[in-house]
Design a binder for this molecule. Sequence first.
Ligand SMILES: Cc1ncc(COP(=O)(O)O)c(C=O)c1O
Length: 379
Amino acid sequence: MKRTFLYTPGPTQVPEDALLEMARPIIHHRTPQFEAIFADTLKKLKWLFQTQNDVLILASSGTGAMEGSVVNFLSKGDKAIVVNAGKFGERWGEICRAYGVEVIELKIEWGKAVKVEDVKAALDANPDVKAVYITASETSTGVAHPIKEVAALVKERENTIIVVDAITALGAFNVPTDEWGLDVVVSGSQKALMLPPGLGVVSISEKAWKLAETSTLPKFYFNFKKERKNHLKNTTAYTAAVTLVIGLNKTLSMMQEDGLETVFARTEKMAHACREAVQAIGLKLLAPTCPSPSVTSVFLPESVDGGKLVKLMRDTYGVGMAGGQDDLKGRIIRISHMGYVGEWDLYIALTAVEKALNQLGHVTPIGKAVGVAAAIMGA
Ligand SMILES: Cc1ncc(COP(=O)(O)O)c(C=O)c1O
C-alpha cells in the first residue's frame, strides 16, 4: 500500500468532494435533471471566465477545443499569427497548418515570453490577419505571456480576433475575458478545474461569432454554432460527458466558496514559495522573468538525469512531477501548483526533489528548500 501525490501540470489532483459527486449513479443526458445541472454549470463557468460571452462545454481534451477554435473561425488560406514559445504554442501552428491556414509564426526561445512589440510589428505587417493564437500559460516551459497587452493590440483591429489557450491559466490566475477583450478562450478539465481529463471549455465573443459566419473550414463534431444552439437549450449536440459535467459543477462551487481572488492569491503564493525554494538549493529557473503561477520549471544539475529523477520520485516515493519535453527532456522538472493543492503539497514536492537529488548523487541538504518555502507561506 502506498499513498501517491500528483504534482504534474495536468492531470492534477481531484478533490474528494468532486470524486464523490462523480461516483453517483449515471443519469441520462436528455433529462430535466441533467439539463438543470448543465445550466447551472454554464452559469458558474461564465463566472470563472469572467465573461458575459457564450461558453461551450465539449467532450474532448483541451486540444479538441483548440482545434474547434481554428476550424470555426477561419477559412482555407486565411492568415493567423501564432505565438510559439513551447510545445503548446507550437500546437496552435500545427492545427492551423493542418487546415491550410497560413501561419505567421513568432518563434520564441523556450523559457521566454513574447515581446508585445513583436506582435504589434507582425500585426502591422499583416493587416489581413484574421486571428492571433497565443498561450496564457505555456505549460512546457512555465512561461506566462502578456495576454492583456496583446489583447489590447488586437481589440483595435476590427477584423482580427485573439484566441487564448488558457488551459493552465483558467482558474489558476487572473485572465479576465471581458475586461481584457479576449475573443476566444480555451481550457480543459484536468488542470486548475481539478477534474479528470475529458472536458474542453471555450468562451466566444460576438466579434468571434461574426467571424464564424464567414468560416468555411470543415467541421463536424466541433461545430460551435451547432453547440451554441444546443447549449441555449441547456443540452449538447452529442452525448454530454455527464459525469465530468457533474464534477465540474462541484469544483466550480468549491472555487465560488473561496472566491476568485483567494484562489489566485493561493496559487501565486505557492508559485512564489516554490521558485524561491528551488533557487535556495542552487537550482535555476527556466523562466525567471515571466513565470506562470501554475507551473514552475526548474533546471536540474547537469550531473542529474531528469528522466531518472522523475521516475524515482514517481515509482519509489509516489510523487508525480513532469520532466521536460523536446530539447529540455531530462534537463528540467515541472512542478504544478494549480488547483487542489495547498502548502503541504508544496512541502511534499520539494522534499521529494531534495531526496531524489541526493539519491542520484547530487548532495544537497534535506529540508533547506522546504524551510524557505515554509517561511514564505507564513504562520
Ligand atoms: C497550455 C496547454 N495547452 C494545450 C494542452 C493540451 O491539452 P490536452 O492534453 O488536454 O489536449 C495542454 C496540456 O497539457 C496545455 O497545458
